[in-house]
Design a protein around this ligand. Structure first.
Ligand SMILES: Nc1ncnc2c1ncn2[C@@H]1O[C@H](COP(=O)(O)OP(=O)(O)OP(=O)(O)O)[C@@H](O)[C@H]1O
Ligand SMILES: [Mg+2]
Length: 468
């Protein structure tokens, strides 16, 4: 008796030339590119009863319902505030119903903890939450929930790795938030590939995005960051979701930073600062003080800058160590700041301030695990390097903020007033910065604090360092 031939559900599609193949191969048979074949669904399993009912409700005769833009209500009105202030800041005010948000991060950084705390916080505020765990059993999740105080009525647990089961549970419960932990463990039966493969991850995210958009459920997807630093499959996932939030930090340290890499509903400049404790992640409301490790009076090789991460000014200590190099080319290593920017500053110091670091190893570190991308940190980095080389500390009570050009001149910094206010709040009395754009823009000067404008690096260093 002939066996029934199973219907083909998926094919391998080359991401470069579109050629399809029934079997996986390392090299595309047509364009000969390597590793471009990704499994893709061609025939889906029959939709669930709920999905069919929804399709009927939406006029499922194939014709799209077109609405005048003026008649469409905006989703902005009703955000679900997470209750975790630092997370809300990064999300842009809370979760948008019907959206899908990806939470990425290194293994063990605290993704499950954060999302469980979010689940509990929303449940306390009256929303229903479904936590779908593909990584851990329900009792493991319960154990963590006990530790972080997240055993709250209104949080439902499902342990499954089957996508259809997960979607069925979301459709049946229609929760305000569904957490899927993690996208790499969910498996769609429509594809033959293993969980975590590019095809699977894409399919899981696509289906969950559909489920989120169809109802008012917000889906929070947890994703592991791969060695290359992206969430499984070169950026495929990031396109499919509404927002991508990264939880960052050094694993052994306790500081955790939340940062949006993409946000359809808010700015991507904001950072949230959390601290990992035994009872979970706690907010760090006075983040500025948190990053400020500097000793007063200052020691040589340290300079403080006020950086603006989004709308939030943060005081950060830049530490530099300049030491005579051994044989071979000198080492230049940085943490928290782009090494190329530091190389540029080393060249500017040599050319325009007479400080030659050739023959010296140079190490630059941003205290507290923060990553600084703002050029306004230039002046503090240069001052820390000069301070270390000359063994002269920065004057007490001084902060620096200014971008350096290759000519050694200082450029005006944006929002100098906010930086000065933050510096004054933390007890600094002097902000050394570039010339103010179009005359003085600082209207309000906190009492007892001053800004000192320098035109070039040499002048700024003379003002900043104590006399030798
Ligand atoms: N008892 C505890 N006391 C303090 N911190 C703890 C405790 N248990 C766990 N942690 C912290 O929680 C982290 C793990 O958190 P969590 O399981 O949420 O991370 P994750 O990002 O979901 O990890 P994975 O990638 O394995 O799923 C640990 O690295 C540790 O810092
Ligand atoms: Mg986890």
């Amino acid at each position: 008796m002939a066996r029934p031939v199973p219907a083909i559900r998926s094919l391998y599609v080359c991401q470069q030339c579109g050629t399809t193949s029934p079997k996986w191969a390392g090299q595309c048979p047509s364009c000969e590119a390597w590793n471009t074949l990704v499994e893709t669904v061609v025939t889906r399993a029959p939709p669930s009863a709920a999905a069919r009912a929804r399709a009927r409700g939406a006029g499922g005769n194939g014709a799209a319902a077109v609405s005048p833009i003026g008649d469409v209500s905006s989703a902005e009105a009703a955000r679900l505030a997470s209750g975790i202030g630092e997370l809300d800041r990064v999300l842009g005010g809370g979760l948008v119903p019907g959206s899908i948000v990806l939470f990425g991060g290194d293994p063990g950084i605290g993704k499950s903890t954060l999302l469980l705390q979010l689940a509990a916080s929303l449940a306390r505020a009256g929303s229903s939450v479904l936590y779908i765990s593909g990584e851990e059993s329900s009792s493991q999740v319960r154990g963590r929930a006990e530790r972080v105080g997240a055993v709250v009525d209104g949080v439902g647990l499902v342990a499954t790795t089957d996508l259809a089961t997960a979607i069925g549970a979301i459709e049946a419960l229609a929760p305000g938030l569904a957490v899927v932990d993690s996208v790499q463990t969910m498996v769609s039966a429509d594809l033959g590939g293993p969980g975590g493969s590019v095809g699977q991850v894409r399919e899981v995210a696509t289906r969950l995005a559909e489920v989120a958009k169809a109802g008012a459920t917000c889906v929070a997807l947890i994703g592991h960051v791969t060695k290359e630093g992206t969430v499984a499959g070169p950026r495929t996932l990031e396109h499919l979701v509404d927002a991508v939030i990264y939880l960052e930090g050094e694993r052994l340290g306790t500081t955790r930073l939340l940062r949006a890499a993409k946000n359809r509903f808010g700015s991507t400049d904001e950072v949230g600062v959390l601290e990992m404790r035994a009872d979970g992640l706690v907010e760090v409301p006075d983040a500025s003080r948190f990053f400020l490790e500097s000793e007063q009076p200052p020691v040589a090789g340290s300079a403080v800058t006020i950086t603006l991460e989004g709308s939030r000014p943060l005081a950060v200590e830049i530490q530099a160590l300049v030491a005579p190099a051994g044989y071979g080319s000198p080492r230049r290593a940085t943490t928290g700041i782009d090494v190329n920017r530091v190389l540029m500053l080393i060249a500017v110091l040599a050319r325009h301030a007479g400080l030659n670091l050739i023959g010296h190893d140079v190490y630059v570190n941003v205290a507290g695990g923060l990553q600084i991308g703002e050029p306004a940190a230039d002046l503090a980095v240069a001052a820390a390097l000069a301070s270390s080389l000359r063994e002269r500390p920065v004057r007490e009570g001084t902060v620096l903020a200014g971008e350096l050009s290759l000519s050694g001149r200082l450029r005006p910094v944006a929002r100098a007033e906010r930086r000065l206010a933050e510096a004054a709040r933390l007890g600094f009395t002097r902000l050394i910065t570039g010339p103010e754009r179009g005359g003085s823009t600082i209207k309000h000067r906190p009492q007892g604090s001053e800004t000192v404008a320098a035109t070039d690096l040499r002048e700024a260093l003379r003002l900043a360092l104590v006399e030798g």
